[in-house]
Design a protein around this ligand. Structure first.
Ligand code: TXA
Ligand code: MG
Length: 336
């Protein structure tokens, strides 16, 4: 579907994409985390088209992507020392900082909040696009994940085409995303840093730079649609099952004539199993990288239920556990 909109990220395609952004069009592009759906962050009409394309409620804030840290001053009125230290340590990379917004930043970007989300991605295609855009005078590219509202994020160009089809003008192809889940989001708006979303930068690495782990997000944290419980959900009902209970769970479902799709990690496929079975990597990085593609494939298997083998409790699995908890939450309203 709409494969003609997927273009290899040649220098000419990058220049054309930067011009298209400046002219108010939408360009999907790869980042190291997931693909983003980009628009000129200074163009309110273009930003509004992002929300229309995703069918996402207009009051959800979007992250502004920058070519480098020098563009920060155009968007944030203040950069607390901890935020500067994290930017120094992890940019370019899978980290988003929520900072007090500069006076000129519009509500279309911030969802009406007094803060703005900023990130310098490290993917070479994203960097080249942002550099071309900056060379034309652009100050930042607003980009949520390039998925339809309620769906898991895209980790290759075809996922974007499958989700957004004709709603996006150009999809720059940068292959598969290396991180595979979204950026870590840390907010610097109150007295202490707050972890709004675990992601590509591990919490232990944040703690090493900050001197302490950021506080967990309070229940009344500013609206971050990625933190809604039902975010990142496949359409097929999904449940998490301990490794030790996998075989009996799958057998019981099959005995009730339920069609089962399985996302396994350590458990081997039983003889005679005739549903979709995806064997994920055992390590947290490899697992995260392939998670969304696996969920999309299992979702497409027309099963009645997706059974997901639970993952370890250790800190390096924090972001994956967060996404699995959302994928299996079973609530389907108010998704990003
Ligand atoms: O890895 C990523 O962060 C990807 C790539 C494309 O950069 N982007 C991404 O964007 O995941 P999105 O919109 O799907 O998720 C960003 C999250 C949303 O939950 C949004 O509500 C939250 O960041 N957010 C953005 N600005 C915010 C702000 N000022 N305050 C609180 N949350 C904010
Ligand atoms: Mg998203």
């Amino acid at each position: 579907m709409s494969g003609e909109r997927i273009v290899p990220a040649t220098p000419a395609a990058l220049r054309a994409a930067a011009r298209a952004l400046l002219e108010g069009r939408l360009v999907a592009f790869p980042t190291e985390t997931v693909y983003g759906l980009g628009a000129n962050a200074d163009d309110a009409a273009a930003v509004a088209r992002i929300f229309a394309a995703k069918r996402r409620p207009a009051d959800h804030p979007v992250i502004v992507h920058l070519a480098d840290v020098s563009q920060l001053a155009a968007w944030a009125r203040e950069v607390p020392a901890g935020a500067a230290a994290l930017a120094d340590a992890f940019w370019p990379g899978p980290l988003t900082l929520i900072l007090p917004r500069a006076a000129r930043v519009t509500d279309a970007i911030t969802g009406g909040q007094d803060s703005v989300g900023l990130r310098v991605p490290s993917h070479p295609v994203a960097r080249a696009l942002l550099r071309e855009f900056a060379a034309l005078g652009g100050r930042g590219v607003a980009a949520p994940s390039a998925n339809r509202f309620g769906h898991v994020s895209p980790t290759c160009a075809q996922h974007v085409a499958d989700d957004l089809g004709a709603a996006v003008d150009t999809i720059l192809d940068g292959g598969e995303c290396a991180v595979g889940i979204e950026s870590t989001i840390v907010a610097f708006v109150g007295a202490t840093p707050v972890l709004l979303r675990p992601g590509g930068v591990a919490i232990g690495d944040l703690a090493r730079v900050l001197g302490a782990e950021p506080a967990p997000a309070p229940a009344d944290a500013p609206r971050a649609s990625g933190t809604l419980a039902s975010h990142y959900a496949p359409r097929t009902p999904a449940l998490r099952v301990a490794a030790t209970a996998m075989r009996s769970e799958v057998e019981q479902l099959a005995a009730r004539d339920e069609r089962v799709a399985v996302l396994a990690r350590t458990v081997a496929m039983p003889a005679g199993f005739d549903g979709a079975w995806h064997a994920a990597p055992r390590d947290a990085r490899g697992y995260a990288q392939g998670l969304y593609a696996a969920l999309r494939a299992l979702d497409a298997a027309n099963a009645d239920v997706i059974v997901i083998e639970d993952v370890p409790e250790s800190p390096e699995w924090l972001a994956v556990r967060d996404r699995l908890a959302r994928a299996t939450h079973g609530v389907d309203d108010d998704r990003d």
